[in-house]
Design a binder for this molecule. Sequence first.
Ligand SMILES: Cc1ncc(C[n+]2csc(CCOP(=O)(O)OP(=O)(O)O)c2C)c(N)n1
Ligand code: SF4
Ligand SMILES: [Mg+2]
Length: 361
Amino acid sequence: MTIACGLPVLHQDHDDHEYGLSDYEGARARWCPGCGDHSILAAVQKLLTSEQLVPEQTVFVSGIGCSSRFPHYLKTYGFHGIHGRALPVATGIRLHRPDLTVFVVMGDGDCTSIGAGHWIHALRYNLDIVVMLLDNGIYGLTKLQTSPTTPQGFPTNTQPHGSWLPPLNPLQVALGVTNASFVAQTAEWAPAHLFATLRAAYRHRGLSFVRILQRCPIYAGAVYQKAVSDPARIAMLVHDDGVVVPELEKLYKAQVRQLARVVGVPDQIITKAPSADLWEGQTDEGELGFAYDQADAILFRLVDERRRADDVIAEGFDTRIVRRIVELMARNQFKRVPPPVAKISRRTIGIDFLYNRDWGR
Ligand SMILES: Cc1ncc(C[n+]2csc(CCOP(=O)(O)OP(=O)(O)O)c2C)c(N)n1
Ligand code: SF4
Ligand SMILES: [Mg+2]
């Protein structure tokens, strides 16, 4: 970067350079095999590449913990700080160098225990920083101690008979702070959702707090096991006043698989046939009588391009499959319409009174 008349000149010499993944890859990641931090690193590298962030104008700040080794594995600027103090360092950088894009990476111990005071006030200050909490529910680096997010009853070295208290919910804490402007949760084993959430966080102006559920297979493999093995337990919740992540509702299965490949999800997961496991060997595609890839191509034409079924058939798609998809869409229309709600009080939202956000209209 050059300095002209005392002012930083931004993006000098970078205009026609396209950054690739190798421009962001730092040292080889030393996390344990299977550690969820690997997939978060892949999603972050994908974000840097897709948003074409200039490496020397980007800085990752961390505290201490396994997750806090993050800055070493990126070829941006980095600050591997002290336990619980990533946010004060990031605040200083943000205030002194407004030209830099600032990311913070913290563990659950880092953020919700020793650094909790900084966390709450950073949310209040609402500076333009992306804050990632890599939450494995334990202290990983120091080999399994109870953290504030450890599930109740989960045994650790510090509480061998199981954690006494119910866990602190970082989302509830963040939402309880006045001035919190972006609060989200995602999981490292849901790469498309992880990437879309991080991109929305990056594009948000103000502090974006993203809790990322992260598996530590060495010390706390069981913590998220139920959610991983049963995706139906993961609810996609969108807050009324929240930041819209339109990509999520627009993704077809074929695109989810493509994205999963880009962020490095193992092939055996991507190619596993979707199934409700109703009986041995049952698959959704077997039940439907066609593959999701075929369905996606037809749905794209019918829904996104608003073409008529006959046009799609004329293009060469199988008549039986097109007709069946149209029938299934009609049969499932009720799922896209909110059910009627009984009026049990004198006040109905949207009719008798409005949310704060609607007052201006
Ligand atoms: C002031 C201070 N207290 C304690 C420690 C010891 N210590 C290092 S990492 C860590 C906890 C790490 O847990 P977490 O923040 O959840 O990160 P993880 O390793 O799980 O990614 C602790 C207690 C320290 N380095 N500095
Ligand atoms: S100890 Fe756990 S959190 Fe730390 S690198 Fe290994 S798997 Fe990841
Ligand atoms: Mg941890």
